[in-house]
Design a protein around this ligand. Structure first.
Ligand SMILES: [Mg+2]
Length: 316
């Protein structure tokens, strides 16, 4: 059974807001140890209740906005437009890594950004920087898996040329698409779909391990680092462990420590695409920054992306 327009539109909104909330909440703990975070926040609710003021997202959401704007405006990834969007959204203080800053500054100044990327990441970056921003691709191409796979690759290329960086983005986009389709998540089907799409032995092994996760403590074995291989499967596993709870999905990856903003941004995007905006914690939705590209803009951008999706895939 397909979802009604309203339900699906709410899932687009849930995905972008889920990404921003995960990113902003996780951003408060970036690079901290699992033990340190656990000592301060022993429970999921203590972590979720922690923010009392506006929460500000980091580079993850900022770059995802660039991807979403490009897709909403052009209906597909066009590298020239994508780089313009990245450059126009770029605010260095949002937590970009050193290599990403250099590449984005080259984009801004019209220099050869691929050469700069190669200089910082010889052989291509296999970090999670393409996966952290890819969720809008998963939404727009949710009904066309081969197009999704190719568009996710194109969205990665300006900064991530290594196959593991690209495949991480493709798998996360697919997880978003699968989440956006499910009415009641069937874990086995979810992981079978991901494993069928998976191309490398490295991700296959990780996803098989992710499919076996039964407790939040198991998540730490999957990794918490900035490499896509050490974080994308962790985020996906956290969603599949507690699909009915955004709060648990996002908190569990923050409790893993390490690259908490990106882990929680990715987990939050998949969770939000499944649950929809109405099942996100409304207090945190209300605390998302009220800046020009804050909460209201993200909701409007999700609506624009949904309208574009309807052009590609008219309602049955
Ligand atoms: Mg970040």
């Amino acid at each position: 059974m397909s979802l009604s327009d309203d339900v699906l539109r709410h899932r687009f909104q849930g995905c972008l807001l889920g990404l921003a909330i995960g990113d902003a909440l996780g951003g408060k703990f970036e690079a901290q140890s699992a033990e340190g975070i656990r000592a301060r926040f022993p429970t999921v609710s203590s972590l979720i209740d922690y923010p009392q003021e506006e929460i500000w997202y980091t580079d993850d959401t900022q770059m995802a906005i660039g991807v979403a704007e490009t897709l909403a405006d052009h209906g597909e990834i066009v590298e020239r437009h994508l780089c313009t969007a990245f450059a126009s959204n770029y605010v260095p203080s949002r937590g970009y890594g050193r290599g990403a800053r250099a590449v984005l500054e080259a984009m801004e100044e019209g220099r050869d950004y691929r050469q700069v990327a190669e200089q910082y990441f010889p052989g291509g970056s296999y970090g999670n920087g393409a996966a952290m921003r890819v969720a809008p691709v998963g939404l727009l191409f949710r009904d066309d898996q081969s197009r999704l796979w190719e568009q996710a690759r194109l969205s990665a290329l300006p900064t991530h040329l290594h196959p593991l960086g690209i495949e991480g983005a493709q798998l996360l986009a697919l997880a978003v698409a699968l989440g956006s389709h499910s009415q009641s998540l069937d874990r086995d089907t979810f992981f079978t779909n991901l494993l069928t799409a998976c191309q490398s032995a490295a991700y296959r092994t990780k996803l098989e391990e992710a499919a076996r996760v039964r407790t939040a403590d198991d998540l730490s074995h999957l990794g918490n680092r900035i490499e896509a291989l050490e974080s994308v499967p962790t985020a996906i596993a956290s969603f599949a462990l507690t699909p009915e709870s955004f709060e648990e999905t996002v908190s569990h990856v923050i409790f893993v420590g390490g690259d908490t903003d990106t882990l929680a941004a990715m987990a939050g995007a998949v969770s939000g695409a499944y649950l929809g905006i109405d099942r996100l914690p409304q207090r945190l939705v209300g605390l998302v920054e009220s800046s020009p590209k804050g909460r209201s803009y993200l909701l409007e951008l999700a609506d624009r992306l949904f309208a574009r999706h309807r052009q590609l895939t008219p309602a049955a």
